[in-house]
Design a protein around this ligand. Structure first.
Ligand code: ATP
Ligand code: RIB
Length: 296
């Protein structure tokens, strides 16, 4: 069993389900409200843990009930919380998620997630360097992400960067990451505006792994453009599909699977995850992945 360390965000998701998405200035009646553990970092930690990796989370919550809720959830999910700090006087990160018309829209208020600094990274340096792979996203300060990636690169620890929410990435961060996993929309932001996405993917063989929603995953293996098709499933909520993909990819890589096998495995995990409401609720276990027969 390999070790995955996540340096990232922890949120509580306030999920509003509705048939229609309200337009600006409009009020609509929805059908369901749920409070669910979330945050891209936390989701990826839980996904990788459910899929067999040893997991340690480095992050911050506030000294509030949402923080307690998040830590309890990690404990249930066997995520090591020794490096999760409770910040006094600052709220835990929250996300307002509208699930409507087969898609989601999300506003995140980072709260305590923005308390992760270079000092936090220095404090947990040994934990970070004990990892087989470090997972990073962009819901914590970019400076902390860059600093962690640089530390890892200098010490030959692999970094999987999920560049979400997307910003144009500094060159050094691109170089320091071993794998970068944008969705199609994020791909058009992280490397600056480009016209031909296949050309960009070709520039980063076996590194730039683009998730393309219901179409699956696209990457260049050095010889040819590969598309790993997703599975034909009944979609309930795609929130966290990208996170399940990243967690699954990390879990498969640290147990020694090839990149191709790892992408196929993560794609199956992500396809299963969209069949339930909530980012973490639909994330499959290793047993479910092995047992579930799905059609492409
Ligand atoms: P998120 O909703 O978490 O932000 P994302 O936009 O980061 O997701 P997507 O590219 O939409 O990422 O999806 C990630 C992966 O989830 C896909 O590569 C695929 O494996 C799976 N997936 C997403 N949507 C579907 C779908 N409709 N049917 C089957 N699988 C899907
Ligand atoms: O990727 C899904 C996640 O994005 C949600 O859990 C929400 O918290 C936001 O961070």
């Amino acid at each position: 069993m390999g070790k995955v360390v996540v340096v990232g965000s922890i949120n509580v998701d306030m999920v509003f389900t509705s048939n229609v998405r309200p337009k600006a200035g409009e009020t609509v009646l929805g059908s369901k409200f749920s409070i669910i553990p979330g945050g891209k970092g936390a989701n990826q930690a839980v996904a990788a843990g459910k899929l067999g990796a040893e997991i340690c989370m480095i992050g911050c919550v506030g000294d509030d009930s949402n923080g307690e809720f998040s830590i309890k959830n990690f404990n249930l999910m066997n995520v090591d919380t020794n490096c999760v700090e409770i910040i006094q006087g600052i709220p835990t990160g929250v996300a307002n998620i509208v699930v409507a018309e087969k898609d989601n829209s999300i506003i995140v208020i980072p709260g305590a997630n923005y308390e992760i600094t270079r000092k936090t990274i220095d404090k947990y340096k040994d934990v970070i360097l004990s990892a087989d792979i470090v997972l990073l996203q962009l819901e914590i300060p970019l400076d902390a992400v860059e600093y962690t990636a640089e530390l890892c690169r200098k010490n030959n620890v692999k970094v999987l960067l999920n560049p979400a929410p997307a910003v144009e990435l500094p060159k050094s961060l691109i170089e320091n990451a071993s794998y970068i996993t944008p969705n199609e929309h994020e791909l058009n932001i992280i490397l600056g505006k480009q016209n031909n996405t296949d050309e960009i993917i070709k520039k980063y063989p076996n590194k730039l792994i683009v998730t393309i929603g219901s179409k699956g995953v696209k990457y260049y293996d050095g010889n040819e453009m590969k598309i790993v098709p997703s599975y034909d499933v009944e979609v309930v909520d795609t929130t966290g599909a990208g996170d399940t993909f990243c967690g699954g990819l990390a879990a498969a890589l640290v147990r020694g699977d090839s990149l191709e096998e790892s992408i196929k495995f993560a794609n199956k995990a992500a396809s299963i995850s969209v069949t339930k409401l909530g980012a973490q609720s639909g994330m499959p276990t290793l047993k479910e992945i092995n047992e579930k027969e799905l059609q492409m």
